[in-house]
Ligand binder design. Structure first.
Ligand SMILES: Cc1cc2nc3c(=O)[nH]c(=O)nc-3n(C[C@H](O)[C@H](O)[C@H](O)COP(=O)(O)OP(=O)(O)OC[C@H]3O[C@@H](n4cnc5c(N)ncnc54)[C@H](O)[C@@H]3O)c2cc1C
Length: 451
């Protein structure tokens, strides 16, 4: 016999935990199901930063309350305790293969503004999970770990979820099971979505790197593999430590080779890694689909990355989780007191207006598309060599693309004069992303089953 609840939530990542907290605090009977046996353990690569702490993101402003040791969202009016260490990220610099730089902010300037100058905030995600889990349990939520949900059955007035030999029934289900969501797939939410590629990643926590600035986010691009490879370096909130991720959009780019280029071969990047020690290795493999436009059907509501193109980022996942939990709390209350329903419709409307319309997924994908368009090292080195002024301080994949667009406008006359053929390549950026990334999509066939 399935146990019955107002709400079943699948996935105890940032979105599922915030959904559980919101619904639990509103007095619903909630069960949170998670595949991992230890919810506080991070089993997948993540930069462990809060993106965009210096600007609106998903229509909200995230903040870290240093005195009160909490993380909060001003407009949505929620916060949660975080008692772990933090490290400000004071700029984001992207490097071309030879080391030419596209700087979003200069740390020597942003540092002067203290916490208000940060573009992002690095934290320890395992501590964040522990803090959130405590609040979820305090809110009266039943937490079941080690449950790998495999079946969902939607009925007229309830939904039944099964996995790992157990069954749970709820008036509603929130699917917060991430970018490779099985629930989205079995419930038919993936129909009509465009499949672009994977995001494949391997990386480690590292010590003793010799970086130009230890408190900024760094990215690099290589063409030394059959498909472009990327590197991201995220500060960690522990002295001398950072997280280094090597990524590619398709399996043609052997990630070991990408890593070797940056850490052992490139005359520019190699010195950063001369004394590096890896302390913990992590990896991840995710689908990149176009977003789900209608995130509710059959009593199932999607939250966080489950319905997203790739990532809402931790910041967006938390906001959408909180809002999804609140939406179901409203729906349950509406049902009980017998008033017209609008809680879920409001969430769907928010999803469309705030994510689908204001954060176009094509803009997110452009962050990875540049080396597919400028398809030689030489092109990218040249383009970056033209950048003389810093771009606005930013750690927001959607806003960054707007800044790069403006930068390009200013560079076009020079490029026109010096490398007119490059303009034709750059013009490809205005094509649909399915065309820009067609090579990556082909590189992903036949499609792998990702968990
Ligand atoms: C390489 C990399 C670096 C990143 N760096 C950053 C960064 O610096 N800053 C940032 O903001 N974001 C970053 N992100 C994105 C961020 O990790 C995600 O956007 C965020 O974790 C999404 O939260 P979520 O709760 O929606 O999904 P997830 O965090 O994916 O959580 C989903 C949960 O559901 C569980 N689950 C899945 N399937 C099932 C099932 N069938 N049954 C039960 N449970 C299940 C999973 O175990 C997991 O705990 C990064 C992502 C990657 C891949």
């Amino acid at each position: 016999m399935a146990k019955k609840y107002d709400l079943v939530i699948v996935g105890a990542g940032p979105s599922g935990l915030l959904a559980a907290k919101a619904a639990g605090l509103a007095g619903l009977s909630v069960v949170l199901l998670e595949r991992k046996s230890d919810i506080t353990r991070l089993d997948r690569m993540c930069g462990q930063t809060l993106v965009s702490v210096n600007d609106y993101y998903f229509d909200d402003l995230v903040y870290y309350n240093r005195q009160g040791k909490s993380i909060g969202f001003i407009k949505n009016g929620f916060s949660f305790a975080y008692d772990g260490p933090v490290q400000g990220c004071n700029a984001w610099h992207i490097y071309s293969p030879c080391g030419n730089r596209m700087p979003f902010g200069l740390p020597e300037e942003t540092r002067k503004q203290g916490d208000s100058g940060m573009v992002g905030l690095a934290y320890d995600k395992e501590i964040l999970f522990r803090c959130l889990l405590e609040e979820v349990q305090d809110a009266g939520v039943e937490v079941c770990s080690g449950i790998d949900v495999s079946g969902v059955e939607s009925m007229k007035d309830r939904v039944k979820v099964s996995g790992s030999g157990k069954a749970f029934e709820g008036s509603y289900l929130i699917a917060a099971d991430g970018t490779n969501s099985r629930i989205a797939r079995v419930c038919g939410f993936n129909e009509g979505r465009t499949f672009y590629s994977y995001l494949l990643c391997r990386g480690s926590h590292m010590r003793k790197l010799d970086l130009p600035d230890p408190d900024i986010l760094l990215s690099g691009i290589t063409y030394r593999t059959p498909a472009p490879g990327f590197m991201f370096i995220f500060p960690r909130p522990y002295e001398g430590e950072c997280s280094v991720a090597f990524l590619a959009l398709d399996p043609r780019a052997d990630l070991e080779k990408v890593e070797r280029f940056f850490t052992h071969e490139s005359p520019f990047f190699l010195p950063w890694f001369k004394n590096a020690e890896s302390t913990r290795q992590l990896a991840s493999a995710q689908y990149i689909y176009s977003p789900v436009k209608e995130p509710y059907k059959g009593r199932v509501l999607l939250a966080g990355d489950t319905g997203a193109c790739q990532e809402l980022e931790n910041t967006g996942a938390m906001i959408s989780g909180w809002k999804a939990g609140s939406a179901i709390a409203a729906a349950v209350r509406e049902d009980r007191i017998g008033i017209a329903s609008r809680g879920i419709a409001d969430y769907v409307q928010w999803w469309k207006a705030t994510y689908i319309e204001k954060c176009p997924h094509e803009a997110y994908l452009m962050n990875f598309a540049l080396p597919y368009v400028l398809d030689t090292e030489e092109d990218l080195n040249y383009l970056f060599s033209l950048i003389k002024e810093p771009l606005p301080p930013c750690w927001n994949p959607y806003a960054a693309i707007g800044h790069i667009g403006q930068l390009m406008q200013g560079l076009i006359p020079t490029i026109q004069e010096e490398r007119p053929a490059m303009l034709q390549k750059l013009a490809k950026m205005s094509q649909p992303m399915s065309q820009v990334l067609a090579e990556a999509t082909r590189g992903c066939a036949p499609r792998m089953e990702l968990k």
